[in-house]
Design a protein around this ligand. Structure first.
Ligand code: PLP
Length: 491
């Protein structure tokens, strides 16, 4: 997409000004504003003029004229993939036509949850209109339809992850439930006093709390892989943590708070070499990159449907078939038994063994539709386009004075956490919301990693393939406006 095709922020449009990136660059040239990350002191605020307004005086002074700024052409460091038409893609998502506070909705809260394409919404409606029944248990037509649809969704999930068998795909509520399932079944069965469980500093609470519970219950020890100042795993220190007492390593493939992509395959291999089993949390990775669980070789891999354009309340626990079959069940009830007497119970094999009771049948089917949709767009296109967007946004955000980006690992996916000097994160979130921009501000259920950077909260825009450069421009223009309202000076 060329810069001229982008929709400018309404404030800029009203002023007839060129795009925000140019303005931001201009502002820093004009005011000598500090680069991102500079120290500042609120008492040193200076009364700089609102930089949009000062553009006119610059123009008069003949320094620059609109359209002659050099910043814009330099922005596209990487090109969007040829043949990927974001405007076409956006038409598949009805909610993206929504207006919020009189402005077009700009959904930059994709790490919290993703929006749903019409294909998913219609698939859910079709299920309830034509197929709804409980599964596996009846001889009637609708039971057959519902069972087929549910098992097809399992097969689609298998193919999506390149698992060896649909028996390795357990439907659960989401990543949280999947991790709890492993902790409460395999963990209780195998972890003993003195054993060590390793997690990384990057983890979401969902990948800390279940292990901490287990460690406390069993007298095991929870160890933490540190990260560097960019937010990348320190592999040497990880290697030093691994040892004969390590029974389990559990870490995320992409950090929800920083966007760091961890060297997952290497980390899995290192854990295996030490004799430990490995769970990889894919909640933030599956929507951004191709995952191949056979190549990754993790023993378990988990993700949530709602973060990959599917419904809430459904997710996947992948586990190696032999391992699942050797693991005790978690919950007991219908659907998971082969035979029950009052004296003894025989369980079915995986995956049914772990799907006690009536599952979330319709949403599993909806998840299947979401995975079909993602496959149609093509994960390579998604990854390439998001990389382009991330580079574009990172570059623009760097030009906002007093903005500190949190999470600067070279290998990142779609998360743009930051703090803005002089503002509470919540204030930034509210200001953005007024302009229709949805971002998350807070601790993102990842308090340990934010504290590693001396913070309790960040603002976290997070991208999906339906976001545009124009939306990033709007985000950044609001940040510049906030900056102008509370200017800062380097001390
Ligand atoms: N793991 C990571 C990295 C996450 O980002 C999240 C949610 O944000 C989870 C686990 C938990 O996902 P859910 O709440 O869908 O179970």
């Amino acid at each position: 997409m060329s810069t001229s095709e982008r929709v400018p922020h309404p404030d800029l449009a009203a002023l007839g000004l060129p795009e925000e990136a140019a303005l931001s660059k201009l502002a820093s040239q004009l005011y000598g504003m500090p680069p991102a990350g500079s120290s500042w002191n609120k008492t040193d605020e200076v009364a700089a003029p609102f930089y949009f307004q000062d553009y006119a005086s610059l123009e008069k002074g003949g320094i620059h004229a609109p359209g002659q700024l050099s910043a814009a052409p330099q922005l596209a460091a990487v090109a969007p993939p040829a043949g990927f038409d974001v405007e076409l893609v956006r038409r598949d998502f009805p909610i993206l036509s929504e207006r919020v506070n009189g402005r077009p909705l700009i959904w930059l809260d994709n790490a919290a949850t993703t929006q749903k394409p019409r294909a998913v919404i219609e698939r859910l409606a079709k299920f309830y209109e034509h197929e709804n029944s409980n599964i596996h248990r009846a001889a009637h037509e609708l039971a057959a339809r519902a069972t087929d649809a549910y098992e097809e969704a399992r097969e689609k999930s298998r193919a999506f992850l390149n698992a060896g068998s649909p028996n390795e795909i357990v439907f659960v509520r989401g990543a949280t439930e999947a991790i709890n399932l492993v902790a409460q079944s395999w963990g209780r069965q195998h972890i003993q006093a003195g054993d060590e469980i390793i997690v990384s500093h990057l983890e979401h609470h969902a990948n800390i709390v279940p292990w901490k519970h287990l460690a406390d219950e069993k007298g095991a020890v929870l160890k933490v892989i540190p990260v560097d100042d960019d937010g990348q795993i320190l592999l040497e220190q990880y290697a030093n943590l691994l040892g004969p007492k390590t029974k389990l390593v559990s870490f995320t493939q992409v950090s929800n708070a920083l966007g760091t992509v961890t060297p997952a395959q290497q980390m899995v291999a290192m854990a295996h070499a030490a004799g430990a089993l490995v769970l990889v949390d894919g909640a933030q990775s599956v929507s951004h990159m191709k995952v191949d669980v056979q190549a990754l070789n993790a023993d378990w891999f988990v993700f949530s449907g709602h973060k990959v354009f599917g419904p809430t309340g459904i997710g996947v626990l992948y586990g190696k078939e032999e391992l699942l079959n050797a693991t005790q069940p978690w919950q007991g009830g219908g659907n998971m038994i082969e035979d029950v007497t009052f004296e003894r119970i025989r369980y079915q094999k995986a995956p049914n063994k772990f799907e006690a009771g009536t599952g979330n049948i319709a949403d599993a089917v909806g998840l299947g539709a979401a995975l079909d949709y993602v496959n149609r767009i093509g994960m390579h296109n998604i990854a390439a386009y998001e990389h382009y967007l991330l580079s574009y946004a990172t570059r623009l955000m760097k030009e906002v004075p007093g903005l500190r980006q949190i999470g600067t690992a070279p290998d990142k996916a779609s998360v743009l956490s930051f703090v803005l000097a002089g503002y509470e994160t919540e204030e930034v979130g509210k200001a953005l919301n007024k302009e229709g921009v949805a971002v998350r501000s807070g601790h993102h259920c990842a308090q340990p990693i934010l504290r590693r950077f001396g913070l309790e909260a960040t603002v976290r825009p997070s991208l999906a393939f339906y976001n545009t450069c124009g939306e990033i421009d709007t985000l950044v223009s609001v940040l510049h406006r906030l900056r102008s309202a509370r200017p800062i000076k380097v001390v």
